[in-house]
Every structure is written in C-alpha cells, then in structure tokens.
Design a protein around this ligand. Structure first.
Ligand SMILES: [Zn+2]
Length: 259
C-alpha cells in the first residue's frame, strides 16, 4: 500500500510541476504537455515521473534543452510527503484489503494530500519567482476551512487561527508599510490558520521564523546571499505548515519538555 501511495505522490507531483508552470506563464489547464523550448509534444513514455528524467539524463529528447531539477525534486518530495502523511494518519499503514479503515481514514487522507499539494505549489512558486499567488491561496483557504469542519474541527478555532496567521503578517505589513512582506504572506498566514487551527498555527509560525533565520544565517555565512537580499518567506511558511500538519503533536510535546 505504501508503494501505491508513493506512486500516487509521484503522479500528483508531476501534475503540480505542470500547474506551477502554467500558473507562471498564465496558460489554462488542458492540452498536452510540451517542451518549453521546441514545443514538441512530450509523450507519456517521456513523462514518467523521475524515471524519464533519469533516462533522458535531464534533457529534452528533441532539442536537448536541459530540464530543470525542479521536476524530479518536486515529484520525489510530493511522493515522500504523501507517504509520510499516509503513515502518520493511518498509524503506520493499512493492508490493501482493509476496506473499513479506508473509509474511516479516506477523508482525512484526501484532505491532507490536497493541503500538501497546495503548500507545495506555494513553496515552489515562492522559491522560484518570489511570489505567492491569490489563485492558489484563496482556494486553499476555502478548501482548508470546509475540509477541517468535515473532519470535526471547531470552526471557531479555525477562524481564530486564520485571524492569528493573517493578523501577524498584516501587522508587519502595516508597520513596515509593505516593505518587509507582501499581501501574499497575509493570505498565506490565514491559510495556515485555517489548515492548522489556532494552537498549531502558533507553532508553525514559530517554526517558520526559526527555519527562516537558520537558513538565512547559513546562506549569509556561506556567502550565497547578502543579508538584504530577497528571502522567499512563503517557502519557509509552507514547509513549516507541512511539518506541523504531519508532526505537530510530537513537535509540541518535544518543545514543551524543553520549556
Ligand atoms: Zn525540446
């Protein structure tokens, strides 16, 4: 079963790559995928996640244009995160014949896979283009709210979480007159609250700042970046949210022990 989830992750990851690309160039979905340079159609046998990248040695079959590492990395990351979510939610796996449990866990699994997919799109887009798209955050917010209510979460906790997440960035936005962060961060903060509820969103925000600070210090120390250069903060926010979605309870327990 784990293998099936992993393969599902690879396929969804490949679809997410395609979505990021189309959101970037502003094309609508539909139509076959094609090479970004020679525009030759990519056939299914050249479009198998990860494997095709390895077989073609990272180049287009026709024009030999280099294919970005983003493609296999996003596919692998999606597959790994789906697998971790599956193991976490089902408490280390189900047998494929275990129909009863599938219906019990199905809703939560589906919801988490969609959450993770939204967060991966936000991560990749912010990481590459330093931008958080409203066409992604707004559907993510609506989906998160509805899914969490169906999963039995308290709507007040969700709304409160959304207000905390969005409010923290709104405050910084107002304080800095829009210099430190953009409006996209405010909406992403609200998405985090609606996905996690108010307790966990605090943990996720704390983690984002910790991860962000740690990575910035490392990059500055290695002289990759100047201190003032742009930071894809949305990428830290979305990775912290995924971390808390999967391991929030454990992280919180671990953190409280250190207090
Ligand atoms: Zn090509």
């Amino acid at each position: 079963m784990v293998i099936l989830i992993f393969i599902l992750g690879l396929i969804i990851g490949s679809f997410l790559n395609c979505l990021v690309w189309r959101l970037h160039v502003g094309k609508t979905l539909g139509g076959r995928s094609q090479c970004t340079r020679c525009h030759k159609k990519i056939f299914w046998y050249d479009n198998i996640p990860v494997i095709s990248f390895l077989v073609l040695k990272g180049r287009c079959r026709h024009c030999k244009k280099k294919i970005s590492w983003q493609y296999p990395l996003v596919e692998l990351a999606t597959a790994i995160l789906f697998t971790l979510a599956y193991l976490q939610i089902t408490n280390y796996g189900l047998r494929i014949t275990d129909y009863e449990n599938f219906t019990a866990y199905g809703l939560r699994l589906t919801a988490y896979f969609v959450f993770i997919s939204f967060l991966i799109i936000i991560f990749v887009f912010d990481f590459r283009y330093y931008y958080i798209l409203d066409v992604v955050t707004i559907p993510a917010a609506i989906f998160a709210f509805i899914a969490n209510i169906l999963l039995g979460m308290d709507w007040k906790s969700l709304i409160f979480g959304g207000i905390i997440g969005g409010g923290i960035f709104l405050a910084q936005f107002l304080l800095s007159r829009g210099k430190w962060i953009g409006g996209g961060d405010i909406r992403l903060g609200a998405v985090m609250g609606l996905m996690l509820g108010w307790q966990m969103v605090l943990l996720a925000l704390f983690l984002s700042y910790t991860i962000g600070a740690a990575i910035s210090i490392i990059l500055v120390a290695l002289k990759y970046k100047k201190f003032s250069s742009k930071v894809p903060f949305g990428a830290f926010l979305s990775s912290a949210t995924i971390l808390v979605l999967l391991y929030g309870d454990k992280l919180l327990g671990w953190y409280l022990r250190w207090l």
